[in-house]
Design a protein around this ligand. Sequence first.
Ligand code: NAD
Length: 337
Amino acid sequence: MSYAVTLIPGDGIGPELATATRSVLEATGIAFEWDVQQAGEATIASEGTPLPERVIESIRRNGVAIKGPITTPVGSGFRSVNVGLRQALELYANVRPARSMQGVETRYQNVDLIIVRENTEDLYAGIEHRVGPDAAESIKIITRAASQRIARYAFEYAVRNGRRKVTAVHKANIMKLSDGLFLESCQQVAAEYEGRVAFEDRIVDNMCMQLVQKPELYDVLVLPNLYGDIVSDLAAGLVGGLGVAPGANIGEKAAVFEPVHGSAPKYAGQDKANPTALILSAALMLRHLGETDAAAAVERAVREVIAGGETITADLGGRAGTREFADAVATRVRASV
Ligand code: NAD
C-alpha cells in the first residue's frame, strides 16, 4: 500500500523545505509515490503560467498535495497561485493550528488554537472595480451555503478532535447583512451540536484584543475569509511566528497542505530556513490520510528536537541548517515508529 501525493516544491526556500519534509515523511516507513509538480516562477518562463493545468489535474488525481510557498509576482497580471488552487479545487476550509511549543520563545505558554477560515468567498471573491479615477469598490460576498459549510467543518473538527468550544468571529454589528448572515449561519449549525460542543461569538476587533491578552480561553475559531487570513497570522505570532505555523486547505475531493509562510526569497538556497511549518503541514496530511500514529510521531519528533535546543534553525535562535534539523527529526521518527 502506498500513497500517491502531489509534491509542489514551490519558489524561494520551497525546494529545500520540500526535500527536508520528504525525508521526514519517508522516515515514518509509510510508502509514498511522489508526483512532483513544478509551479510558480519557473513555469511562468517555460509554460506561460505559474499554475499549469497539469498541477491541478495531479492534485485531483491524487486527492492530496504538499505545497511549498509560491512567490506571487507583483504587477505581472498573474493571479495568486494559492488563490487559483483554492478556487479550482474548491478548497473551502483553511485550517491553521497554532500551538505553543517548548523551546520556542514567545510571550505565552499554553496556546492551543485551531483557526478555521472560510476560503472561497468574502472580499477574496476578486470582484473589484474602479469607480471613476478616485474611488474603487470591492464586493464582499457571503452566502448561507458557504457559511454553513465552514461552520459545520469547524464543529465536525471539534467533535473529531475532542475540542470543547467553537467561537464564530465576525463584524455583524457593522456589516449587519453580510457578517450578520455568517453569524446566523454559524448559530444555526451550532444548534445541531448543542450539548456536545459549546458555541460563542466575538466581534473581530475584540477577538484580536482577547487573543493577545488571554489566548488560552479560546479553542476552535471559525471566521470568514479576510478575518481568517489576518487572525491566523496573529495566532501564528502567538506561538513563535511563520517558521513553525502549518496549514491545510481542505475540500470535498482534494486537500492541499502548506505552511502559512511565503517563499522568503532572501534565504533561498542557503540551507537556513526552518522546515518545521512544512513538516507539520505534512503531519496534518498524515492525519487526513488516517495515518494518525505516524502523524503523532512526526509532531512529537519536531517538538522534541526543538525543545532540545541543540539542532534548531536561526529563526529560533539556533545554528542548524534546514537539512540538519530535518535529519534530527527524521532520526527520531525512525526510532519511534
Ligand atoms: P515570507 O513568509 O516569505 O517571509 C517573511 C519573513 O518571515 C522572511 O523574510 C523570513 O524572515 C521569515 N520566514 C518565513 N518563512 C520562514 C522559514 N521557513 N524559516 C525562517 N524564516 C522564515 O513573506 P513575504 O516576504 O511577505 O512573501 C514572500 C513571497 O511569498 C511573496 O511573493 C508572497 O506573495 C509569497 N507568499 C506565498 C505564500 C504561499 O505560497 N502560500 C504565502 C505567503 C506569501
